[in-house]
Design a protein around this ligand. Structure first.
Ligand code: ADP
Ligand code: MG
Length: 730
């Protein structure tokens, strides 16, 4: 009898059916024709709206002016006609609740008439505001149940789009989600507020430099998204992947990523078919996908778009993640977005490339050509350096999740220590400014701010250090510690706010210094003083090294290793004041945010603990016992025919018995710890600490012995697809 389980059946099925799938209707159609076809974009609006209505809407979009309600009816009608012509039957306000996913509640355009027929209806009122009965979303204590309703409000700065299914389409309207008391219950509202806060301060700095035309400065973001792909049949045989998004078991495979043969390798046909299909779907949504490649770990890949305004980039990144998941299923694949799906090989992150752009399209982090541009660049650069020096731990808090804890500091991703990489040349410039020396460094004589031009900073030379969490890469900063599954809204909200605060401080200082001296000297003075203070945050060395941990401590840079250390930064009085002053989060919102994040941490770990116990008890232990019985029987039978079993066989049995007992004990211990009152404490910080310090080690103990058993138990009995299969067979 050939032994079959989900694992072996999966491999057999893959062997006969894993070719690339032709799923794109018309692959020869130029993607330029496809691009944006499902977006109610500016050009679509222009074509569908009366001139004056379009002009007013444009003002709202470009200058963030409040939307005139009389405009809304006209826009709604045009939007409805456009959507219906493309097969839409429903619309939904599409928003980012604090769960991390996106949310939608569909309503039909259809409205019955008295005569027994039906017509399509969609009013400006429904476009602008929705009232989903959203009482089950986390609010972290902001809403009491009697006033549980929140409302969604249209964000005209992010375009509406159509999501197509095989049986019709739905119009999605990006919205903010707030409580009736005006508190933000989502990730988008604070992001929009932070963009405004930063714009206000950046425009102030531009005015100081004599720019009288810029009215708005936007933040631009290009997120590079990493992910894993495995065959869906393996996924379905792994309850841990299904319910926790990561493997809770799995012995280290004989081959991992050590051959470095996957990174930038040729893309397998089946994977390429999936990529092309998902890119086409994303093009339809107007998402400018630019790059694709194999990543470092086996079965790991990356997709990246061209940068966009950060609120649009945040919406688009959510759609990228959703689309990858959806399209993967079409190809018999499963897309894993978790930060650390497989132990022992690289996890996934999301490099958040970030910069500032004025309304004339100038990148404010581009050093520019002239001394004047250079001086302005240095002010913006200094503001960033100062922000990280003063508030780096807030950035750490912004990316703190249970999943990301596995990655940060595991010598594959930047550490939990947030420093800034400027590169050699720019660091020389900074040191020159600090010391006031004109001839400092190689470049010599270029350091008087506003007088001479900076040395050329080739984009590439500044991008070599891949270990830094926050690196200047020629004309933008790359925040590399963001988790792969996270919404980028939160990290960008925090980033924008701390930089708004820095620009505010620098502008104030320059204004003050200008009273007693000329502008150039004022800038020089403020930059010198600020950079002198903040210099310790600049680190161009190897962030993975042990020495850096010691050095960072000496420099006074915090190392908040886990979520439990990082999240409470949000509750500090200085944080509350910072967010309040810039109008990004109220005190209640920050507190509720904190509560939700900590609860999320505990819930995640609780699910993982339950799964660990469940899988170990009901799948692995029985498999191990079955094999142990086989060995015992073999030894007994050998004896019964008069042969003496050799020591090796007895030893195998003894080893099995010992490990199986240890597995059972470890499971019992995990269950006991999870059942203790501390795991249910009402004090969420206490609960989180308990999970980190007591539950995680118990889970690790179960996994350790289970992985040892995986290496000796009869392969036919092992129920879970193994790393060597999931990562290489597809
Ligand atoms: P890498 O070498 O790290 O892949 P790339 O130059 O390819 O770097 O850029 C990665 C991402 O950075 C892309 O999404 C790109 O659009 C984005 N990017 C480039 N310029 C900016 C900018 N000014 N602001 C924000 N993101 C940017
Ligand atoms: Mg990059």
């Amino acid at each position: 009898m050939t032994f079959q389980n989900a694992r072996t059946r999966a491999i057999e099925a893959i062997a006969v059916d894993a070719g690339p799938k032709a799923t794109v209707d018309n692959p020869r159609q130029p993607v330029t024709e496809v691009f944006g076809q499902n977006v109610f974009s500016l050009s679509v609006m222009q074509a569908h709206l009366p001139k004056d209505v379009f002009a007013r809407l444009l003002r709202t979009i470009r200058s963030h002016e409040t939307l005139d309600p009389t405009v809304a009816d006209v826009v709604a009608n045009a939007m409805k006609d456009w959507a219906i012509a493309r097969g839409a039957t429903h619309y939904t306000h599409w928003f980012h609740p604090l769960t991390g996913a996106t949310a939608e509640k569909h309503d039909a355009f259809l409205s019955p008439t008295d005569s027994g027929h039906a017509i399509y209806e969609f009013s400006g009122k429904r476009l602008i505001q929705g009232e989903p009965d959203a009482s089950s979303f986390p609010s972290g204590g902001i809403r009491s149940t009697f006033e549980a309703r929140g409302y969604t409000a249209w964000d005209p700065t992010s375009p509406a789009f159509l999501i197509e299914g095989v049986n019709g389409a739905t119009l999605c309207i990006p919205t903010a989600f707030c409580s009736f008391t005006g508190h933000a219950l989502d990730k988008k509202t604070p992001l929009l507020r932070s963009i405004e806060a930063l714009s206000r301060q950046a425009v102030r700095v531009l005015r100081l430099f004599g720019n009288s035309t810029a009215n708005h400065v936007m933040t631009t973001v290009g997120p590079e998204q990493e992910y894993f792909l495995i065959d869906r049949r393996f996924y379905l045989a792994r309850p841990d992947l299904i319910n926790a998004g990561r493997t809770l078991f799995g012995a280290k495979p004989p081959k991992g990523q050590e051959m470095e043969d996957h990174y930038f390798g040729s893309i397998k046909e089946r994977v390429l078919a999936f990529m092309m299909d998902s890119e086409r779907e994303l093009y339809k949504l107007g998402i400018p996908i630019k790059t694709r490649h194999n990543e470092v770990a086996p079965a790991q890949f990356e997709i990246a778009p061209v940068f966009e305004p950060s609120n649009v980039a945040a919406d688009h990144n959510q759609l990228v993640m959703e689309t990858l998941r959806k399209v993967a299923a079409r190809h018999g694949l499963h897309c894993i977005l978790h930060e650390k799906p497989f132990a022992g090989i690289n996890g996934s992150g999301k490099h958040n490339n970030w910069s500032l752009m004025d309304d004339a399209g100038n990148n404010l982090l581009d050093p520019g050509e002239t001394p004047h541009e250079n001086a302005q660049f240095l002010v913006f650069l200094t503001a960033v350096v100062r922000a990280i020096w003063k508030h780096g731990k807030l950035l750490r808090a912004a990316i703190a999740t249970a999943g990301n804890d596995h990655r940060l500091g595991a010598n594959e991703a930047p550490p939990a220590i947030i420093s800034v990489y400027l590169g050699e040349k720019l660091t020389e410039v900074v040191q020159g400014i600090i010391s006031g020396r004109r001839e400092a460094g190689r470049t010599g004589g270029h350091l008087e701010v506003g007088v001479q031009a900076l040395p050329r900073l080739p984009k590439d030379s500044s991008d070599r250090n891949r270990t830094s969490p926050f690196a200047f890469t020629g004309n933008k900063f790359e925040f590399r510690a963001v988790g792969s599954s996270a919404s980028i809204a939160r990290p960008n909200t925090f980033l924008n706010t701390i930089i708004a605060e820095s620009l505010d401080a620098l502008a104030t200082e320059i204004e003050k210094a200008k009273l007693t001296t000329d502008f150039n000297s004022a800038v020089q003075k403020v930059l010198t003083e600020t950079l002198r203070e903040c210099e310790p945050i600049i680190f161009n060395g190897d962030n993975y090294s042990k020495e850096w941990h010691a050095e960072a401590e000496r420099r006074g840079i915090p190392n908040l290793r886990t979520c439990v250390d990082a999240l409470p930064v949000q509750l500090e009085p200085a944080t509350r004041e910072l967010f309040r002053k810039h109008g990004v989060y109220s005190e209640e919102e920050l507190k509720s945010n904190f509560t939700i994040m900590v609860e999320n941490y505990c819930k995640t770990l609780n699910i993982e603990a339950l799964l660990t116990s469940d899988i170990a008890r009901t799948m692995l232990l029985p498999a191990c016992l079955r094999y142990q019985a086989d060995v015992a029987r073999t030894i007994a039978e050998t004896k019964s025919v008069g042969s003496v079993p050799q020591a090796g066989q007895e030893k195998l049995l003894a080893e099995l018995v010992e490990k199986v007992s240890r597995l059972k004990t470890a499971i019992d211990d995990l269950d006991a710890r999870r059942a203790r009152p501390d795991a249910e404490s009402h004090d969420e910080q206490k609960r989180a600490k308990y999970y980190r310090d007591e539950v995680i080690p118990a889970m690790t103990a179960v996994r350790t012995v289970a992985d040892e058993l995986e290496m000796i138990v009869d392969d036919r009995y092992w129920p879970l697809p193994k790393y060597r299969e999931m990562l290489f067979v597809y």
